[in-house]
Design a protein around this ligand. Structure first.
Ligand code: SF4
Ligand code: SF4
Length: 132
């Protein structure tokens, strides 16, 4: 869903990150990072129900094993990289981005449904915020 947050992080983000780092540093030096962190949001948090998008590999897979190596949770077996352990997969899409054959993908139907959902929440530029 590369249509969302296209081009981010950009120069403005990078400038803000540097500002945040300076702010955190000065708070650390002043010993002001010890209190309870108050984060905005609706409470109680909802139970995470998982994301149904689990990539699978297609026929163009050459079993190079790169996706298995790069998967952060070990959801792709090294000896059978064309299989995905859907219970372990966290839908990070790293395997799709690293596959040299573009052999991995998620269901187009689910992708379409996910895009519709994100469109409402992510069409406008999101502001960076620091909570410290
Ligand atoms: S990175 Fe792509 S080509 Fe390599 S094993 Fe994984 S799916 Fe197959
Ligand atoms: S989407 Fe992420 S967690 Fe799932 S198989 Fe690919 S790399 Fe692993």
């Amino acid at each position: 869903m590369r249509q969302f947050a296209k081009g981010r992080p950009d120069l403005k983000d990078k400038e803000e990150i540097l500002k945040f780092a300076a702010e955190i540093r000065s708070k650390m030096e002043a010993g002001a990072l010890t209190g309870e962190l108050r984060l905005p949001g609706n409470r109680p948090y909802r139970e995470y129900g998982g994301v149904p998008m689990k990539p699978q590999s297609g026929r163009s897979c050459i079993k190079c094993g790169l996706c298995a190596k790069e998967c952060p949770v070990g959801a792709i077996p090294y000896d059978r990289p064309n299989k995905t352990d859907t219970d372990t997969c966290i839908s990070c899409m790293r395997c799709i981005s690293v596959c040299p054959q573009k052999a991995r993908s998620v269901s187009k139907i689910l992708l379409g449904a996910g895009s519709m959902k994100l469109k409402k929440a992510c069409s406008e530029r999101k502001k960076n915020e620091l909570f410290a």
